[in-house]
Design a binder for this molecule. Structure first.
Ligand SMILES: [Ca+2]
Ligand SMILES: [Ca+2]
Length: 301
């Protein structure tokens, strides 16, 4: 009751002062410029996820990371059906098998074992194709559970190079969804966008444009995009600008794309995290789906 009252109060205040959400780290409604896609860009690459299996000329499973935060990544959780990529999250009381194709590698390399827990997936364009500048967009329905992180992002091998700059490579999180109807009032129905560079240890640096509402994102398709040029990253939801970043300098190197789903927690055990993501709210037997209609890459005309 109190949270409903606060939400109504904040909504009224937001109408009076559009900058208010940022002061309280609350989600804001996209209200920037409309992207003029057709006049400025041409499509150079896409996956529309037609057919019944993942196109291995465009993607590979991120099979070398088995344990991921509070869950596990496994090929079997990724499928292509009804014109969409679907990354399913489900609980398995018996660990899933290491896919045969990777068994030899796992025998000779250190890796984390699959255990009982939540399984989900990740696909990456690493080793397939990389792009420099342009506009990148996916159209997706987000997984409907507290404790889930779905994301559309870009990476480059230079991200780990600590030199005080993001020019050598930056993780660009075009969107991350980790605030489904959460314990934190004011969140829900929103995504965040941001950047990370200089590795993930002591040297790590990053910046964010904060939380932004999309339209009924767990039930309906929205588009999430970023325009990337020499000077800045410009983020969009449904073709409307949400914010811009250039902190640390913009990546000058080609980057590959990823689509992933993660479960909040650590060491393969689901739990609430320090970012405000609650513990997964699904029970064993429940499933959540990250549904992606397409990924499209455009270059400047
Ligand atoms: Ca760097
Ligand atoms: Ca499609």
């Amino acid at each position: 009751m109190l949270s409903r009252f606060i939400k109504i109060l904040v909504s009224v205040l937001m109408m009076i002062s559009p900058s208010l959400p940022h002061l309280f780290s609350l989600p804001a409604i996209p209200n920037g410029q409309q992207l003029d896609l057709d006049s400025r860009f041409e499509l150079v690459w896409s996956d529309e996820f037609e057919g019944d299996k993942l196109d291995k000329t465009k993607w590979q499973y991120n099979w070398w990371e088995t344990e991921r935060k509070g869950g596990f990544w496994h090929d079997d959780m990724v499928s292509v059906k009804n014109g969409n990529l679907v990354i399913t999250t489900a609980y398995f009381s018996e660990p899933l098998e290491i896919p045969n194709a990777y068994k030899g590698y796992f025998l000779t390399h250190d890796h984390k074992e699959y255990k009982e827990g939540w399984y989900t997936g990740c696909i990456t364009g690493q080793g397939k194709q990389e792009f420099l500048y342009g506009y990148y967009e996916c159209r997706a329905i987000l997984p409907k559970s507290t404790g889930m992180w779905s994301a559309f992002w870009m990476m480059n091998s230079g991200v780990s190079n600590v030199d005080g700059s993001g020019k050598d490579g930056t993780e660009v999180d075009i969107f991350e969804s980790m605030y489904y109807k959460d314990v934190s009032w004011g969140a829900g129905d929103c995504v965040v966008s941001g950047i990370h560079y200089d590795g993930y240890g002591e040297g790590h640096q990053g910046d964010s444009i904060g939380k932004w509402f999309s339209n009924n994102p767990y039930e309906e398709f929205n588009t999430y995009g970023v325009e990337w040029n020499e000077k800045e990253y410009i983020f969009y939801i449904n073709g409307v600008e949400t914010g811009r970043l250039s902190t640390g300098g913009v990546s000058q190197n080609p980057e590959y794309l990823l689509l992933s789903c993660e479960v909040a927690g650590e060491n393969g055990v689901a739990n609430a995290d320090s970012r405000g993501t609650g513990k997964i709210s699904m029970l064993p037997g429940d499933t959540a789906e990250f549904i992606v209609d397409y990924v499209r890459v455009y270059q400047y005309k």
